[in-house]
Design a protein around this ligand. Structure first.
Ligand code: ZN
Ligand code: ZN
Length: 589
């Protein structure tokens, strides 16, 4: 090759590097994916200064011979993908090839590789081969990248803080570890182990390595399928949630992908089990015929389109909702164990950072000692799922604290019920049912209610008279910009009729353009429920408490108010004994 041609090639690589190799995380990604393609069962990623001083990836894969080792840095060495459909059929992670050349053009790379016999060392800096020599015969491949972006100062400046770089590498390695529980991953920065998985092909163990035992114990396994899709994985209990949606991880045929609709439906499946702006931890694998997906072929994107999307969303939602609807979801108040306190503080800090960053950000800072607590992953105690109507256990009210919390007990422990949240849930389900299945039973108002509106509100409302008639209202024009209501649907709460009518009118006036009746009914039910529910500082009699608990037990979701706040929490007998240091110290009398 002539000198000029080589210069052209180096230039082309540098330009390509700008597109493919943007950050330390993209280098890690390329190298790790190479290791996976090489059938490695163990991949170790060592960083210094979040990869800005060193990125070293060591695998035990098939390795390369001398010729391939040199060729691998050739811009056109890409032999992996023959056509797009290969992407999801074969093992390769795809569409790179140019990447190694790009990385080598903006850094100093030392590659050591061997297929078990004589090894090869290749050193390339700034795209130029400095050295090729024989080296030791350890089977596998080691890439060492230093001086990243040394000759592209603009790119170097573009790097974010070390913390952000590390966070995005960690996020990537977490995800690839979740999609390959059969590979043993180690991620180390400045000598500190950030992630270590055991390669035992147990997804829950991988989840535990990333999120800790505490979260792993609160994951529910899901499995379902229809004619086109098989879904499996783990979903967190609603009480385990995060500020960012980054912990919803979707795999398609074992590959991490992104699909907004899928993320949205997963989060929506938890609706009213948790606040909508908190997100669950979910790892879902979807297996399907590759012909049903359309991949956006861009090296840095993982966006995917499904040709039978509605059907898939339906299946995912059904699976999650069915699972949640069959659990007892009363948060247990536990005494912190070991370093749990510091763990929590770390999490809190991370969560504050989360929403700002688009990519992802949950580097697990140094490990705490929770590994000492054991969880039998292979024989997870499969507690019998309680019968639908018995999810909320029988509870016996004792009294009321601060005019707000009902204290109850049973043989398992002590329970506190937030009386407003509980009544809100009961009312919400009642109203939602009435709004979704309207019957025209109505009650005349003794004193018809007139409502004055602004001129534009009045115009909008007049257009919606039919809508309100169907709900069970008799509503008519009454002078300038006023309406009169003579009767209302039968299910409004006694004593709150005026207030609720005004809320309904307000909601109708503010109906969105792209009106979704189900969402409208849901939102209106929650609003009406809040208005009609007992406020704090209202004293209930024991009978009234019993009645409320009975109503709550009949709810689809007795555990949360419509806004996702808990209605009930528990201190188990065991936890109480632990807190009073009774267990293990003296016999309980
Ligand atoms: Zn409320
Ligand atoms: Zn609420």
């Amino acid at each position: 090759m002539s000198k000029i041609k080589i210069m052209d090639e180096i230039l082309a690589n540098k330009i390509a590097a700008g597109e493919v190799v943007e950050r330390c995380a993209s280098v890690v990604k390329e190298l790790v994916e190479n290791s996976i393609d090489a059938n490695s069962s163990e991949i170790k990623i060592e960083l210094k200064e979040a990869g800005t001083s060193l990125i070293k990836v060591t695998d035990n894969g098939i390795g390369m011979d001398k010729e391939d080792a040199i060729l691998s840095f050739n811009r056109h060495a890409t032999s992996k993908i023959k056509d797009e459909s290969d992407l999801y059929n074969i093992n390769t992670l795809g569409f790179r090839g140019e990447a190694l050349a790009s990385i080598a053009s903006v850094s100093n790379v030392v590659l050591k590789t061997s297929q078990g016999e004589i090894g090869t060392l290749v050193n390339i800096k700034g795209g130029k081969i400095i050295k090729v020599e024989n080296t030791e015969a350890r089977k596998g491949t080691i890439f060492e990248i230093t001086e990243l972006f040394y000759n592209t100062p603009a790119r170097l400046k573009h790097l974010k803080s070390l913390y952000t770089e590390l966070a995005s590498i960690t996020d990537y390695v977490n995800k690839i570890a979740l999609s390959h529980p059969e590979i043993r991953f180690t991620l180390i920065n400045n000598g500190n182990t950030i992630l270590k998985t055991d390669g035992s092909n147990n997804l829950l163990k991988t989840i535990s390595s990333i999120y800790g035992m505490d979260v792993a114990r609160k994951m529910l396994e899901i499995n379902n399928e229809d004619d086109d899709y098989i879904i499996s994985g783990f979903i967190s209990l609603p009480e385990v949630n995060r500020a960012g949606r980054n912990h919803i991880i979707t795999l398609v045929n074992g590959r991490v992908v992104r699909n907004q609709e899928l993320n949205r439906i997963i989060n929506y499946s938890y609706h009213s089990y948790k606040p909508d702006n908190r997100y669950p931890i979910v790892v879902i694998n979807i297996e399907l015929d590759p012909s049903l997906v359309d991949v956006n072929i861009h090296p840095t994107k993982m966006d995917i389109k499904f040709s039978k999307l509605e059907e898939l969303l339906d299946l995912v939602k059904k699976t999650i909702v069915n699972k949640l609807n069959r659990q007892t979801l009363i948060p247990v108040i536990e005494q912190p164990i070991n370093d749990f306190d510091t763990e929590l503080i770390v999490e809190e800090k991370l969560e504050i950072i989360e929403p700002k960053e688009e990519l992802n950000e949950s580097p697990k800072i140094e490990k705490t000692k929770y590994e000492e607590i054991t969880l039998d992953f292979d024989n997870q105690i499969k507690e019998e799922e309680p019968k639908y109507e018995e999810r909320l256990p029988l509870l016996y009210p004792i009294g009321l604290v601060h005019g707000t919390y009902i204290v109850c007990q049973n043989e398992i422990g002590m329970y506190l019920i937030d009386q407003h949240a509980a009544k809100e849930r009961v009312n919400y389900e009642l109203f939602l049912d009435k709004l979704s299945n309207p019957v025209k039973d109505k009650i005349p108002l003794l004193l018809p209610l007139t409502i004055e509106l602004s001129n534009n509100e009045y115009i909008i409302l007049k257009e919606n008279f039919d809508f309100l008639n169907n709900m069970g209202f008799d509503i008519e024009e009454f002078g300038i910009n006023s309406v009169i209501i003579k009767s209302h649907p039968i299910w409004l709460t006694k004593g709150f009729e005026d207030l609720q009518i005004r809320k309904i009118i307000e909601a109708v006036i503010h109906k969105e353009k792209d009106f979704d009746l189900a969402k409208f009914n849901d939102h209106l039910s929650a609003t009406l429920a809040c208005k009609a529910s007992i406020k704090a500082n209202t004293n209930l009699s024991i009978n009234e408490m019993e009645e409320l608990i009975n109503e709550l037990r009949k709810c689809h979701n007795p555990f949360n108010c419509p806004h996702g706040r808990p209605t009930i929490i528990t201190f188990t007998k065991y936890e109480l004994e632990k807190m009073f240091k009774r267990s293990g110290f003296e016999s309980l009398k």
